[in-house]
Write a protein that binds this ligand. Structure first.
Ligand code: ZN
Length: 489
């Protein structure tokens, strides 16, 4: 392994590999973005932050990165077996909105959350619905090569045929023979030759609102198709890195590999990278489990499971304290520990700016800094980097207490590298005054509303009503819920 070279874990080959782009200094990076039918939650924050770190670090290493992160606004059905309603169309129906109103609303909110988390904007953010022509072209190419078939106006990918020529399941480790054995007898999806064939194009039922004309039927593209079409359009038939959450490995990414290979005769992605999942108090996140906490709720503290509000930077720091390939468990205790850690780090950063050199350094600064970058080069090991940053925090504190000394050259280097590592690479920033005020407001509101709950429990209706009336007069909307309360302004 070469020193000072970025090494990343390639899911495709199940090993760490030295990163070497196809056309240096250019790097093509594609990451599967959100399906915008609801507010972003922690499950969205993790891939966004993981690949933001990669984007920032590649740029620091001098690469010219084209980062494409899509918005899924059509074709993502309620389950992965090509059945059920389109997630966005369903939301639109329930809220009596035009589907693109739903898309715009949640895209705007997603962007706001990403800004708050200090996630850099991708170079291109294409929408699936804006690339229907490219997706139809891709279907034609796959059909022409013999890897798809038509069935009642829908087009399905022929997994069995593909697997006779190419290694289907290579990415996720699924074995086709097993899929064949376990699913061949399962009937009920008569349109498909095999139940694990996936839709490239679906004929729209009469009630389906999001539809486009084609020679096969009035319909819509299958969910997996958009990423193959848009990555090819913006990054070419071969590109460097494709990322996403581990939950997308199968069937989404496996299908992407198959589609691109079926169309082009070769694989398109050199390195596949996957971030691990987030659990909450040891449990998987899920709407039915009541532990589905949106980012908005984290930032406001407005959820029954949260003891307080957590700033976007606390959430970001917490995610970075785990390696992206490990699971992360969110709990109030863990978040509060992160909050304290981040505060210590940021206090040291502000001390650093006014620090004066004196005498000879008592620590080997270049050695610690080298370890910091070695951690980043080792598959973006942010928790190890952060542990070295805390060694530097100790140094900063003891120098400013007059217990240790630092030479002028070392102090220069320390300032430069701390800013580089903390602000530019990890993307951590000191909360602004308005962010601090917003956090204070959240705390005060939660306190007031908790007092109201206490008053109601004691049947002190007068106090409870007074709090509600006054808050309403000030422009707040208060809603009682099963878990307690919700508020907005
Ligand atoms: Zn995708």
């Amino acid at each position: 392994m070469e020193a000072n070279k970025l090494v990343i874990y390639n899911t495709l080959n199940r090993q760490k590999e030295t990163f070497s782009p196809i056309h240096p200094p250019h790097v093509g990076l594609y990451v599967c973005g959100p399906t915008v039918y609801g507010d972003a939650h922690l499950g969205h924050a993790r891939p966004a932050i993981t690949f933001d770190i990669l984007f920032r670090y590649l740029k620091y290493l001098g690469y010219k990165v084209r980062y494409v992160r899509n918005i899924t606004d059509v074709g993502h059905l309620e389950n992965d077996a090509d059945e059920g309603e389109d997630k966005i169309a369903k939301k639109a129906r329930l809220e009596q909105l035009e589907p693109m109103e739903v898309v715009q609303y949640f895209t705007d909110r997603y962007h706001q959350n990403m800004d708050e988390l200090n996630v850099l904007k991708p170079s291109i953010e294409p929408r699936a619905s804006g690339h229907i022509i490219e997706q139809q072209e891709l279907v034609r190419k796959i059909m022409k090569n013999g890897f798809a078939y038509e069935s009642d106006g829908s087009i399905y990918f022929d997994v069995e045929k593909y697997s006779q020529q190419y290694p289907y399941g290579k990415l996720s480790g699924r074995v086709v023979e097993e899929l064949l054995n376990t699913t061949r007898d399962l009937d009920g999806q008569q349109e498909k030759k095999n139940s694990f064939d996936f839709a490239l194009w679906k004929k729209a039922k009469p009630e389906h609102i999001m539809r486009w004309p084609s020679e096969w039927s009035d319909g819509f593209p299958g969910w997996h198709l958009e990423c193959s079409a848009m990555s090819t359009k913006y990054l070419g038939e071969s590109f460097d890195i494709h990322g996403g959450g581990m939950d997308l490995l199968f069937p989404h990414h496996e299908s992407e590999v198959a589609q691109s290979t079926a169309a082009n005769g070769h694989e398109s992605v050199k390195y596949w990278m996957h971030n691990n999942m987030i659990t909450i108090n040891g449990q998987k996140m899920g709407k039915s489990l009541g532990n589905f906490i949106t980012l908005e709720e984290f930032f406001s503290g407005n959820h029954a499971l949260l003891e307080k509000a957590y700033s976007p930077m606390t959430v970001r720091f917490f995610i970075l304290q785990a390696h992206y390939r490990s699971t992360v468990d969110f709990s109030n205790e863990a978040l509060q520990a992160s909050e304290k850690g981040l505060e210590r780090l940021m206090q040291a950063m502000s001390k650093l700016d006014s620090m004066k050199p004196a005498g000879q350094s008592s620590v080997n600064l270049p050695e610690i800094l080298e370890k910091c970058f070695a951690a980043m080069n080792d598959d973006l090991n942010t928790p190890i980097l952060i542990s070295y940053l805390f060694e530097l925090v100790k140094l900063i504190n003891s120098v400013s207490d007059g217990k240790q000394e630092i030479s002028e050259a070392d102090l220069q280097s320390l300032k430069l590298n701390m800013h580089l590592l903390v602000h530019d690479i990890l993307g951590l920033k000191t909360p602004s005054k308005t962010e601090n005020q917003a956090e204070d407001l959240n705390e005060v509101m939660n306190l007031l509303l908790q007092l109201r709950v206490d008053a109601k429990n004691k049947k002190d209706w007068e106090t409870a009503d007074k709090i509600r009336k006054e808050l309403t007069r000030l422009g707040f909307t208060i809603k009682d819920t099963k878990e307690g309360f919700e508020w907005s302004k």
